[in-house]
Write a protein that binds this ligand. Sequence first.
Ligand code: FES
Length: 167
Amino acid sequence: MKAAHALETPAPPQAEFTPKILAFVCTYCTYTAADMAGSARMQYPATVRIVKYLCTGRIDILHILKGFEAGADAVMVSGCEAGSCHFLEGNLRARERVEYAQHLLEEIGLGAERLVMYEVAASDAPKWVAAVKEMTERVLALGPSPLNPQWGPQAAVPAEPMAAVTK
Ligand code: FES
């Protein structure tokens, strides 16, 4: 559900909006699945930019918030399945951080639904493909992030406002 104070972004024409999704993934499971999906030539939207971590337990809340600040429309965190983390509890810690970050996103009006955690095993390339498709559809329904420089409120501000004034 959208918060009452949620930031609003003018809805772009659907045909023009391509979501930008950051995927923070662990190298042992999700990255291997994504690699396998590529090797098997599985088709999925080219909306994700993958950032590889040794383990999702290394992902800090600041990394997630920086991603949004840089203009990502959504962030997915994806690691090993429960009980399969190569560092024992990294994915459990990541889940706690994701839940806290969702709370922060709700508070600042971006909306918790722009951040989702997945568990994708190394052998489960179809699950990775399904996760990317699901996240892309979610962002298309939500629209661009208000912090997306292409669509947010700052898009109307000239890149160099002083140049316009001094001409
Ligand atoms: Fe994959 Fe920890 S090694 S989540």
